[in-house]
Design a protein around this ligand. Structure first.
Ligand code: SF4
Length: 114
């Protein structure tokens, strides 16, 4: 089973409507739906905070403390599809930055539920 970490947009999560972490990302991972190409175990779920600087160090800290290295990291659908867009970076830029800092591939989006 693949181990995955998910990164959600903290601005969106804190607004409290259908946010990442309620069920969508978790269901998609559990049932191999959306961008999960196999049944996946979510071993970390992190919240980005503006301006996003803390994401790579927090991922590295989560890996160190949990002693689990995810096979892939997903940027949540809410983060990738956000409207208005994140003012600090594109999802592609964040994905590249995370991969450069952690050595782990990043996939854009988690699910396609409404
Ligand atoms: S930096 Fe962008 S993705 Fe991160 S919490 Fe702020 S708005 Fe969301």
């Amino acid at each position: 089973m693949k181990k995955v970490a998910v990164v959600g947009c903290g601005e969106y999560m804190d607004s409290g409507y259908g946010c990442p972490g309620d069920w969508r990302c978790l269901k998609a991972a559990a049932f191999s739906e959306g961008e999960f190409d196999e049944v996946s175990q979510v071993v970390a779920f992190l919240k980005c905070s503006c301006p996003g600087r803390s994401v790579p160090p927090n991922l590295n800290m989560a890996m160190r403390l949990s002693e689990i290295k995810p096979d892939v990291i997903h940027l949540s659908s809410c983060l990738v599809n956000a409207v208005p867009k994140c003012p600090y970076f594109t999802p592609e830029e964040l994905a590249e930055h995370i991969t450069n800092k952690t050595g782990i591939p990043v996939i854009l989006r988690t699910h396609y539920y409404h």
